[in-house]
Each structure stands twice: as structure tokens, then as C-alpha cells.
Write a protein that binds this ligand. Sequence first.
Ligand SMILES: CSC[C@@H](O)[C@@H](O)C(=O)COP(=O)(O)O
Length: 330
Amino acid sequence: MERVLPFREDLKNGTFWLLDQRRLPFEEVWVPVRTGREMAEAIRQMVVRGAPAIGVSAAFGLVLAHLAGEDLEEADRLLRQSRPTAVNLFYALDRLRPFWGDLEATLQTAYALWHEVEETEAAISRFGSEVLLGQVLTHCNTGPLATGGYGTALGAIVEGFRRGRVRHVWVDETRPYLQGARLTAWELMRAGVPATLVTDNMAGFLMGRKEVDAVVVGVDRMALNGDFANKIGTYALAVLAHHHGVPFYAALPLSSVDPNLESGEGIPIEERPAQEVTHLMGRPIAPEGFPAYHPAFDVTPHTLLTGIITEKGVIYPPFHEGLRRALGLL
Ligand SMILES: CSC[C@@H](O)[C@@H](O)C(=O)COP(=O)(O)O
């Protein structure tokens, strides 16, 4: 089954198209983006989301700013402010900065970033498929829609199914934004992988019944010691897995590691509008005006991790050493 990518380029017409992920799986609507400012707004509003996809989109956002004759410093600033947690956004913009004076080089770097997403995720899928077996539980959405490539955690799951290792997937609905119910379920259905949707609070029940052989999730930003930020709810899942002795893996490209952070304490956590908690798909589910809190990510300490699946292989403890070696810092 062909994967659906979150974007397609039409730069000769000055346009980068985004598949509006807010409307999936009900409607497939493509949104044209023509400036860096528009791209920053699309990222903020989660038309496109998922750490690697945000990185590639931001890179093309800067290309659009170039083409549209915008002030690049301003476009770069707006893009950097769009979403704070996924480090891929900053990684991509940092990679482009040296080439600002040269449109062709900026463009080639944006394509290179996209190509690297594909290459690294093919490897992550391969390495990840080798450690997954039986029934796997995943959280949020980490498939092609979240990356522009094959996916990280979901890439490993789909490859594991193709190799006859993964038998069935438990899909966390992922409150409050429902990336699991809306996007992961859609992608697994298209890929023909047997899967069942559960609400986030069912994981403990399933683990208690020995219905989960492994948990695998994606990453928005990992520190050098292996602590990592991912979609809110990941930490609770890791604690449950630890309690039940269920292996817990994080899958990521090494570009999602922030080489400036020694531990997870310094990871900025995005706070999103309370309305995303008080409303479900635009409909209220709480008394009008009732306060709500919406941290969009949480930080899982590395002590709860079994292994880190990267494009260079699976890293096991001690993570600080393995990560530094993989990054070429040792
Ligand atoms: C391969 S995507 C990894 C993460 O970006 C993913 O798990 C996640 O948390 C996405 O959050 P989102 O808020 O939908 O951008």
C-alpha cells in the first residue's frame, strides 16, 4: 500500500502543498503555502505536524520566503517560534542558514533534508523491526504523515509486520488531539496491518493481561543522556511498561537528539490552547468556561527506556555513551 506523504512541492509555481492533518481521516484537503509566514502559521496550527515533517516543512518555508522576497531573518524567526519542542525544526533551519545568500543552495539543502528523512527512516524501520515481536503498543502518530519518509516508530512496526514479527498493534487514541485515532489508525489501515484502537487509559489493563509485548514511540527531542520529550502521555506509558516488565523503545533519527542538552530538564514543553482539551473535534465536552491545562509533550527519563532505535542501530544502556558514539562526539 502506498504511503501518503504530508506534503508535495510545486516550487516552479511558488507553492508547497500541505495535506491538512487536522481534517484527516475524514477529508483529504491540500492547503497551498506560498510564504515563510504562511508556513510558520501552518506549523503552529498543526496543518502539518510530527517532528521530522515539521523540520522539512520549515526548510521549505525558508525557500518560499526566498522566492516570495520576504525578509529571511523575519521568516526564520517566525518559523522558529511556530512550535518549540521538536528539535528538528531548529536543526533544519540551522542547516539552511549558511546558504541564505544563494537560493539554489538553500533549495538543494531543503531537498537534502527531505532525502535524509527517507534514508534514515528506512534504516530505523529495519533496525526497529528486528527488536519488535508479537503485540506492540504505540502512542501518537509517527508514520509517513509525521515525517515525510517511512515513519519512525510506525515505520518499524510496519516493517516488523512485513517480516512476520509484529502480529498486532494497539493504537493509543492520544488525547487530546487524537493523532492515534485519526492518523495512526488511518495509516495502519492503509498499510494492511492488524490493529485495534484503545483509549490512552487502557494501556495498564492490556499490560496486566500480558497483551503487550513491547511499546515503541517516537521522539520530539532527546537529550544526550537519553531523556526525551514526546507526545503527552508517553511518560505514563513508560512507567506502566516498566512496572509490567514490558520493553519500551524510542525510535528517532539522530537529528532529533539535541547535542546542547545533557538531560531532559532543559527541554522546552509546548503549551497549547486549553480549548484543545475542553473541546473534541470542535465540540465542547466540559462546562463552558471551565479551566483546562494542555502541555502538549512530557519528558520520559532514560531510566525507563529499554533501547533507542536509530538509523545507526539500536542503542542500549549506558545511553549517554551510545548516543555520543552514534553522534560522533566520542
Ligand atoms: C516521528 S514523529 C515523533 C513525534 O513528533 C511524535 O511522536 C509526536 O509527538 C508528534 O506530536 P505533534 O504534536 O502531533 O506534532
